[in-house]
Design a protein around this ligand. Sequence first.
Ligand code: FPP
Ligand code: MG
Length: 298
Amino acid sequence: MTSAVDRKMESYIEELGDSRALTLYRKLPKGKKLRTKLIFKIAGESQEAIDVASTVEMIHLASLLHDDVIDGATTRRGKISVNASDGDKSAIMLGDILYSKAFYQLTDMSPQIAKIISNAVILLSLGELADVELSSKFHTNKEAYLKMLYQKTASLMEASAEVGAILARKDRELFREYGKNLGIAFQMIDDILDITSDSKTLGKPALHDFIEGKVTLPYIYLYESLDREEREYLKSLHKKRLSEDEALWIKGKMRENRVVERAYAEAKALVEEAIKLMDSVGEEGLSDIARAMIEREF
Ligand code: FPP
Ligand code: MG
């Protein structure tokens, strides 16, 4: 049960003996704990698995706190974000506290596990940097987009699956590959939901990514499908506060050119690959996690 991880994380923060940090920490919404679910499904819920999952979740929380500052987000998981409620400085420092405590705990683990997780944090930081750079101007570089997704999101899922496999003495490479496919598909679907979900479900304005500067896969495909004049128009809307008509134009052109369907098919192919890997070793629970991902409301 993921609540054991919630308790562990809270006890880690309590150990720091700082009421300010604890109060801020308690404001954070609990989240889905997908990485914990992966570790538990692969390795079972041993104490070791709880310890590893808690460090991974603290790193993930830290990265989201920093990401919300970078993106200027006002909500997270449907609630007001810490940067919006308490300011950027508090959000950054709470992120640093969670991140440092997670690394402190990692020193108690095997060097093999510590290396895999710390390497993933390097990748996710490089991925965030790439995301910031790619968002600075309109681009249609699918390869750069996919590499950034892998680094920003899939690397920590890949590491979680690999570490789970090490704890359970299972095939590291196979589970790593599964986590990587799942992670890339997860972020692709997240990017699709930004287009297809209404703003109430999403907790942020519709087409928020494009307004923020993020050119995700459906926009890359859309650009490729448009004529010269339309391409220029799309570019002129990038990073702009969109009027209702402009947003409707983007959505209409996306519908006409079936770009969301194309992007979704790509995410689905990765998920199917992940399911095949798990079916080959009889890991039905992990196939189900992958299946549930493509069935998210969109
Ligand atoms: C969310 O992306 C962001 C990430 C998954 C990774 C962010 C990584 C960092 C800020 C660097 C690492 C920092 C530390 C302290 C470990 P998104 O903005 O596309 O998704 P969203 O819609 O959930 O905000
Ligand atoms: Mg963000």
